[in-house]
Design a protein around this ligand. Sequence first.
Ligand SMILES: NC(=O)c1ccc[n+]([C@@H]2O[C@H](COP(=O)([O-])OP(=O)(O)OC[C@H]3O[C@@H](n4cnc5c(N)ncnc54)[C@H](OP(=O)(O)O)[C@@H]3O)[C@@H](O)[C@H]2O)c1
Length: 346
Amino acid sequence: MRIRCAIVGGSGYTGGELLRILLAHQGAEVTVVTSRRFAGKGIGELFPYLQGLTEISFEDYSIDVIKRRAQVAFTAVPHQAAMPVVRELLDAGLKVIDLSADFRLRDPETYEAWYGEHSEKDIIKRAVYGLPEIYRGQIEGADLVANPGCYPTSSILPLFPLLKNGVVEPSGIVIDSKSGVSGAGRTSSMAFGFSEVNEGFKAYKVCEHRHTPEIEQELGVASKTRVTINFTPHLVPMTRGILTTSYSRLSKEVNTQEVVELLRDFYSQARFVRVLDPGHFPDCHFVRGSNFCDIGAKVCTRTNTLILVSAIDNLVKGASGQAVQNMNLMYGLPEEMGLTSPPLFP
Ligand SMILES: NC(=O)c1ccc[n+]([C@@H]2O[C@H](COP(=O)([O-])OP(=O)(O)OC[C@H]3O[C@@H](n4cnc5c(N)ncnc54)[C@H](OP(=O)(O)O)[C@@H]3O)[C@@H](O)[C@H]2O)c1
């Protein structure tokens, strides 16, 4: 029996990516896809690349329909819109993988400081942070998984093992990320239109991006102390991909080879983390369309700094691929099921 999946908010980029992955997944089937604007339209009308691959159509959100037809729901709607839906789905007995930020922060006060009011505070503690390489065991037993943000995935995976092993100082970390435009979603504003973005390259939300507390939360888990970071996101004129570079001060004398070995050891069971040989650094080109996170490392002895570079596809490892990886774990399927196709290049 395949796992019956609902996608709530299926008309956006992450919804489309969930469909692309799940339609080829051997252990799952999509039984409901909701959209307020496109209810009644076929999937291929909105996602022409999926034409002929499914008979299903978008429907209005109905908890009764989802309860009848699905056992797990992916919520792919904006933050704040997700929280009441997640509550209703859990109450109806479904497992939920929420792609929004609504259940990622364990401290409700931190959520409210960065995002606004949280109406479902009592279920925050039920959520497991869905980074499988770190929380695999807890995800397996979860009924609510808070799928990590795209910038946080690309920032936490490289830094977590180094902080956990006391190789770098928990203070003074600088994280500099560049994202493709699909990170802003399909329904985004004028600022993300072609002529606004093409041939430009800019920083935005400097020192105030909402992913900051999420990254700090998880790096704090790794180092067992409060971590504050300087996080600067940038918008680059590409469709998919995030390249993240972090700079942290070394607290031990190590060389690049030793850092690479530590990362490889930490991620020895992690199918989707590829730690590159010394002297090699990731490129968004080589993870596109895949669930990989590629990591490169360099110890700069001149400045006593560890420089880590990572690349992910924001819509796959940064969102829908990771969500499917979480579903696989929640249902005891092989973690990589449906996620093994190689990156798309060129
Ligand atoms: N894009 C990324 O790289 C990325 C990465 C990680 C996480 N995420 C998160 O994943 C979620 C979806 O992102 P996305 O990029 O797919 O966004 P998107 O392309 O803008 O799509 C979001 C969908 O949610 C529905 N929606 C919007 N407002 C809603 C509301 N108030 N109530 C119910 N449904 C609503 C819309 O569908 P209808 O109007 O048709 O109903 C829309 O198609 C967001 O929380 C985002 O932060 C995105």
